[in-house]
Design a protein around this ligand. Structure first.
Ligand code: 8YV
Length: 328
């Protein structure tokens, strides 16, 4: 029997390509060339499934380029790069990679929070520039993390993993989410207290964003929300670009209306607003919150397992639009 054909849109661990080759005829992209939407639409033709990352926008047009496409398997928990409604309409399965990255991403949220509040990168750049001539009582004074109030906006699996870690820092946790957590989950998340969004913004000493992106939450943290935050507060975004209005954040940070921000994600990344580079009160990282070796491997394996299941007649474990399974 002829093997099904799949496209892997970006470079990935070679053994994952090898794994896929046991089942499929694979068109890989190990040179990691960024494909334009037109190239993507062309390459999707004749394929049964695609292995994607959030760098590719899988639009209705890309999906429509191939009426026989059966599955789009994203190597990420987020899937705002894929037009799910169009995929569902066309009977195409869409999958993501939940859970395997929760703990690693939560670790990184803490790395950013501590680096930002305690000015780790700013002071390191200063030291490297040869500016450390003497000790002073007020060199790089930062904010305390221990004993402070941690706010979490978006209390899903990653938000909860972030909150749990605050126990060791004796913090009070407040959170806002579309729906309130079950009491047992709140208890596990360091007795997190559910509050309204405005109270969260006003009361948090450190606010971490951990919500998925959707058009409904575009710029949910904009000028108005930033103005509600304490001027001494730290903002950390490990979620998605577009949740924060980056231009408004730059204005607030420059004016000292917000103490500092730790950002792993940006609007229009990797082409982020260059004004961030002129600010000393930011810690900027290139979307690496899930980038530990074991976790990126687990994500790639998870996406591959979904693709293999989808094209060999099993239900993919992480299907996002299960309604297509019953469509016959
Ligand atoms: C990925 C992410 O690193 O899973 C997600 O949604 O944003 C990150 O874990 C990134 O999307 C590349 O796969």
């Amino acid at each position: 029997m002829e093997k099904a054909k799949v496209l892997v849109t970006r470079a990935v661990f070679p053994d994952v390509i090898g794994q896929l080759e046991q089942y499929f005829e694979v068109e890989a992209n190990q040179d990691d060339r960024i494909l334009s939407p037109a190239e993507l639409a062309e390459k999707v033709q004749g394929k049964d499934g695609i292995f994607t990352t959030p760098s590719e926008r899988i639009t209705a047009e890309v999906l429509a380029a191939n009426p026989s496409l059966k599955a789009v398997c994203n190597m990420a928990v987020g899937f705002n790069n894929i037009d799910i409604a169009a995929a569902t309409q066309a009977g195409i399965m869409v999958t993501n990679t939940p859970d395997v990255l929760n703990e690693t991403t939560a670790d990184f949220a803490w790395a950013l929070l501590l680096a930002t509040a305690r000015r780790v990168t700013e002071s390191e750049h200063w030291l490297r520039a040869g500016k450390w001539q003497k000790w002073r009582y007020d060199t790089f004074l930062g904010a305390d993390v221990h004993g402070a109030t941690l706010g979490v906006l978006g209390m899903g699996r990653i938000g909860q993993a972030i909150a749990r870690r605050s126990m060791g820092f004796d913090m009070k946790v407040i959170y806002h989410n579309r729906t309130r957590l079950e009491p047992a989950l709140e208890a596990r998340a360091n007795n997190a207290q559910y509050v309204g969004k405005e109270e969260l913004l006003r009361s948090a000493d450190h606010l971490i964003l951990a919500l998925p992106y959707s058009p409904q939450v575009h710029h949910i943290v904009g000028a108005v929300e930033l103005a509600m935050m304490k001027p001494s507060a730290t903002l950390v975004n490990i979620a998605r670009g577009g949740i924060v209005d980056d231009a408004a954040l730059i204005v607030a940070l420059r004016a000292g209306r917000l103490a500092a921000a730790g950002l792993d994600v940006f609007e229009n990344e990797p082409a982020f607003d260059p004004a961030f580079l002129t600010l000393s009160n930011v810690v900027l990282t290139p979307h690496i919150a899930s980038a530990s070796e074991p976790t990126r491997r687990a994500m790639a394996n998870c996406a591959a397992a979904n693709l293999i299941a989808a094209l060999t007649g099993s239900n993919p474990p992480n299907i996002l639009n299960p309604e297509v399974l019953t469509k016959g």
